[in-house]
Design a protein around this ligand. Sequence first.
Ligand SMILES: Cc1ncc(COP(=O)(O)O)c(C=O)c1O
Length: 402
Amino acid sequence: MRVPLAVVGLEQADIQKVVEILESGNLTMGEQVRTFESLMANYLGAEHFVMVNSGSSANLLIFEYLMRPSNGRPHLVPGDGVIVPAIAWPTTIWPIIQLGLVPIFVDVNRETFDINLDSARDAIALSRSPVRAIFPIHPLGYAIQPGILKSFADEFSLVLVNDVCESLGSWSEGIHAGMGGLASSFSFYFSHHITTMEGGGIATNSLEVADDLRSMRSHGWSRDRSDSGNLTQGLSLADSKFRFLTTGYNVRPTEIQAGIGINQIRKIDTFVDRRRSLAKRVVEATTNTPLRVMGGVDFSNSSSNRTHSWMMIALCVEAGSQVKLRVQEFLEQNGVETRPVLTGNFLHQPAMINLKGYISDTSLKNTDWVAEHCFLIGAHHDFTEEQIMHLIETIRKTEQLS
Ligand SMILES: Cc1ncc(COP(=O)(O)O)c(C=O)c1O
């Protein structure tokens, strides 16, 4: 029996939808994308949602917008510092570096793996670059409290943008993860809470931001903007179709991705419920074992409190890395796939070492503790009962490894 980190997550209705879209002949961005965007905005409680082809592209567009908005008043200029957690995904960091900004790596909280704001405070005091933005990751289904992030950003006059690629379906203080800032990125890669195979998007409450993101995802074009009529007034039909307002990329989604997304987002509550009941069973199974579920364990049901959406399940071994390795090996030998917590300490990745010069001015002791003591297993909503039983039994058997 195998319990992978994730399974495909598509249902028969999704496959049927793909066939219908292929048969319709409308394949490139259009009606399905618009419908998916409005469902997503509605679910998140955001004014606008702009779908793109991945969560990585969503992050790239957020920073492109911050540096090159169409109004000519950038939020950030090359050399500005952006606070990021040291446990990060590569494409949380790459757009910052690629666009000439400076990632300022700070520690995470040991229990919840999210950005540690005391460490961020220290980093701002020590930074050689002017620190102008903060880009927290809401990790693995954990929603950072929006009030705390907002007051920190306000205190230091930082632009707050959020990477929510791992935390669709997680809420705090009645607000969806990441909705407290200027813009937030989401991913619908196949292992995530909903899938569009590959896919992602950006939520924002600002029409100005949404319009620029719509241009930037599609060559800089004026076509999908709310103000495209004004911008092309007086031009011939042919010319009006070829006005470019911003810098841009081609990171458009297809109708097929959006069509699947429409089906999937309607089932998000069921998916999250299934993930949470699996996580509950795993928490119970770890009693008397060397393992402890971490990363923000919370099973409260009220949307005014925090709701954890369990992207994956983080298991930590207090006894240290030797026992952790033994446990991980035992799980793998018994068909339970494991992986590091995101990328571990991102500064230790070869790409970062090769780039040279990226160091943290503050202690990353929690980051290193998490990298050394913790690993992830899957929490996918489509695991079968047999897979779940096997997972639970295998975890119980780790008791003998303490
Ligand atoms: C925190 C974070 N940001 C960004 C991404 C990138 O998303 P995608 O795989 O859709 O490009 C991921 C991927 O899982 C992620 O975990």
